[in-house]
Design a protein around this ligand. Structure first.
Ligand code: ATP
Ligand code: MG
Length: 180
């Protein structure tokens, strides 16, 4: 499984639709300060279901929508699509290519899609549990995450290993079952 493409439209500094192709191998994003490198990583986390505006450096979720710039009006909604190669079937969906889409309007209305079919946030989260890719998974290591790996608190470190070992989905199901 690998990320093939990221399409960003109206998200943060990406007012125009921008397509980022990620061929197999290593891709590095370079650019001057403020050019949008971190915004790309945030778009990736956002489409995977990130719910914390603060962790996306905003006060409210609406702040991820392009807010306008000199000579350019604000935009009404943003949309990010992430396309993954699923040739190896690691994602439990019977498709060779999977596209996850999230859209948000200024009104607060939002929408998730899996291969163009409307779905729930929960479907997106469940799909990525134990794959190493979810919004908090070990495949995305932010600056703060390094501290977690180095942390002395065993519980902090354990979370990363649990995701790698593939038991997070069982823990999530147990939690849900206990609630009922
Ligand atoms: P650095 O090298 O300093 O880490 P960077 O390349 O990671 O920089 P980002 O933090 O991704 O840069 O981009 C910051 C830019 O995104 C700022 O110019 C900021 O104004 C712009 N930006 C953030 N949110 C929005 C928004 N909602 N609408 C328009 N522009 C936005
Ligand atoms: Mg940055």
């Amino acid at each position: 499984m690998h990320i093939k493409r990221l399409e960003i439209s109206g998200f943060k500094s990406f007012a125009d639709r921008t397509e980022i192709e990620l061929p197999p191998g290593i891709t590095a994003v370079v650019g001057p300060n403020g050019s949008g490198k971190s915004n790309i990583a945030e778009a990736l986390r956002w489409v995977l279901g990130e719910q914390s505006a603060k962790s996306l450096r905003g006060a409210r979720m609406e702040d991820v929508i392009f807010a306008g710039s000199d000579g350019r009006k604000p935009i009404n909604y943003c949309e990010v699509s992430l396309t993954l190669d699923n040739e190896d079937g690691r994602l439990p969906l019977d498709y060779r290519e999977i596209t996850v889409t999230r859209r948000l309007y200024r009104s607060g209305e939002s929408e998730y899609r899996l291969n163009r079919q409307t779905c729930r946030l929960k479907d997106v989260i469940d799909l990525f549990l134990d794959t190493g890719l979810g919004k908090e998974a070990y495949s995305m290591i932010g600056q703060g995450r390094i501290d977690e790996v180095l942390s002395n608190r065993p519980e902090d470190r354990r979370g990363i290993f649990e995701d790698a070992a593939g038991i997070v989905k069982f823990k999530a199901r147990k939690r849900e079952a206990l609630k009922k």
